[in-house]
Design a protein around this ligand. Structure first.
Ligand code: SF4
Length: 505
């Protein structure tokens, strides 16, 4: 499925096709025609795509899935989730209906199809990943099913050829009272019914929305969505098991392994590339060494923790310095001002020691010295939440990392209270979040609470789009969004969007 654009591929690993077989083989790898907007993902993709599309499409889908997961963690109702997800889907994984007559229908469906299979590959290795992937894909399918055009939806369901037995007239008459009781309908009301093995509709059985008889579940027509969704999940679970078994034998080339490993890591918190536009904040004048103290009010907890440790001890250990320097660089602090900031902060140290032991590393982070030719001039990229959340835990005396992960729950809550988060319900939910290792969800919860008035304002005014308020997965996004929200109406347009050139790590 990957186009071999690069000479790095070992020619011995390319498929060696017998020329006779090739001559008589059917042309299997044709472009699929996507007749329907919805997809059960039964047929794997066969066309070649570039490595870049492979990765970008998968990351786009991952963004969608992680936003769906964040909605469920935050107990958003199905209606709120649908409303919120609309903007996210339009941006990352649009999928229009036939009636839209869009010229890019086939491309959208292809991206949806391929990205599903790429993530299937990335998330089939462990039971936990499989379960999460299946749950989120099912939620995505349900969202789309609900929003599908009615006629197109019926055509799609018909195309599935699902083996549901229709309940014939005489049986319906015989079970009239029981069916009416099970569906909560009045006796006279006509309705189509299907019969399926009860294990195939566990959700309906659990909610007692069907009649169970002789091992069959009698499902009314209006519960069709549950039937289709249950079938989707069943097929996906089976396919994931098969993929897991096939994984060790996969003879993919070496380029895919790191991408797939990176994707599955992204389930901790989706990765986000730092964008240089994050450093351009309308209305924020040039940041200097002396402005960091006041700006730190808008920092996420990871950086506030480093800042307060620095102020308390006039020192930070290497990893903390690196994490903090890159963040400060990312908010737009120039190298000279950054050197000044550290020099003043290490006030117990002699100038000579600072010049000899610390200056070089700071200049190195900015790309002013060392590194290979590519990195020269740019330095290192500010760390994303994913990077901070997946690195080894800090040792004694070290203060880097994400406090939602590295602090004990009690210490975390004490710190949150110290920075003004004092609502009992929020603290309780944060404790639950971190107990379930949903660190970035806890961080977003705190952000939303701390900026609730401002978020309501921009929502009511419609001045910020849904994507401007999506889940934060980068400390620099946290800062930028926080600053803009706290300075609304002070001459800045207050819009977060606008991605600039990306800095590669
Ligand atoms: Fe920082 Fe991200 Fe942790 Fe929030 S979730 S504290 S932004 S690392």
């Amino acid at each position: 499925m990957i186009r071999h654009d690069y000479s790095r591929v070992d020619p011995k690993r390319r498929a060696n096709i017998d020329h006779k077989k090739k001559q008589f083989a059917k042309a299997e790898f044709q472009q699929q025609n996507y007749e329907h907007r919805l997809n059960f993902y039964v047929l794997p993709p066969t066309l070649e795509i570039t490595l870049e599309d492979f990765e970008t499409w998968a990351i786009n889908r991952l963004k969608v899935l992680s936003e769906i997961e964040a909605c469920s963690f935050r107990n958003r109702s199905p209606e709120e989730t649908a409303e919120y997800m609309k903007g996210i889907l339009d941006k990352h994984l649009p999928l229009r209906s036939d009636s839209s007559r869009s010229a890019s229908l086939q491309d959208e469906r292809k991206k949806d199809h391929y990205s599903h299979f790429i993530l299937r590959l990335a998330f089939s290795s462990t039971e936990d990943l499989r379960r999460r992937f299946s749950r989120l894909e099912t939620m995505l399918f349900r969202l789309r099913f609900k929003s599908d055009d009615l006629v197109e939806r019926q055509q799609f369901v018909k195309s599935l050829n699902l083996e549901w037995d229709e309940v014939k007239e005489d049986e319906r008459r015989e079970l009239k009272d029981e069916l009416a009781a099970a569906s909560g309908q009045k006796k006279g009301e006509e309705q189509e019914w299907f019969k399926v093995d009860w294990e195939r509709v566990p959700e309906l059985v659990e909610q007692r929305r069907v009649l169970l008889k002789r091992g069959k579940a009698y499902v009314p027509q209006r519960e069709q969505m549950s039937l289709v969704v249950a079938e989707f999940t069943r097929k996906l679970d089976e396919a994931l098991e098969l993929t897991a078994r096939a994984l060790p034998r996969l003879d993919e080339d070496d380029r895919l392994a790191p991408i797939l490993a990176h994707l599955s890591q992204s389930f901790t918190a989706p990765d986000a590339a730092y964008s240089t536009s994050d450093a351009n904040i309308d209305g924020l004048s040039a940041i200097t060494a002396s402005s960091i103290d006041s700006l730190s009010q808008n920092f996420p907890l990871c950086m506030r923790n480093l800042h307060s440790n620095l102020r308390e001890n006039s020192h930070l250990k290497h990893h903390g310095r690196l994490q903090y320097t890159l963040f400060l660089k990312g908010i737009g602090l120039s190298m000279d001002e950054c050197l000044l900031f550290w020099r003043r902060s290490f006030k117990l140290m002699t100038d000579d020691k600072f010049q000899k032991e610390y200056k070089y590393n700071i200049r190195h982070s900015y790309g002013d010295v060392g590194g290979d030719a590519n990195r020269r001039g740019r330095g290192y990229t500010p760390y994303s939440c994913q990077k901070i959340l997946t690195e080894p835990l800090p040792g004694p005396g070290q203060t880097h990392g994400c406090p939602y992960r590295t602090f004990t729950p009690d210490n975390l809550l004490t710190m949150l209270q110290r920075v003004g988060v004092n609502e009992r319900d929020v603290l309780k939910t944060v404790r639950e979040d971190v107990g379930k290792q949903r660190y970035h969800v806890a961080c977003n919860r705190v952000f939303e609470w701390s900026h609730k008035r401002e978020i309501k304002k921009v929502r009511d005014e419609g001045s910020w789009g849904v994507a401007d308020l999506d889940t934060i997965v980068h400390p620099n996004t946290y800062f930028k969004r926080s600053w803009l929200l706290k300075h609304l109406g002070e001459g800045n347009a207050g819009v977060v969007g606008g991605r600039g050139e990306k800095m590669e790590e």
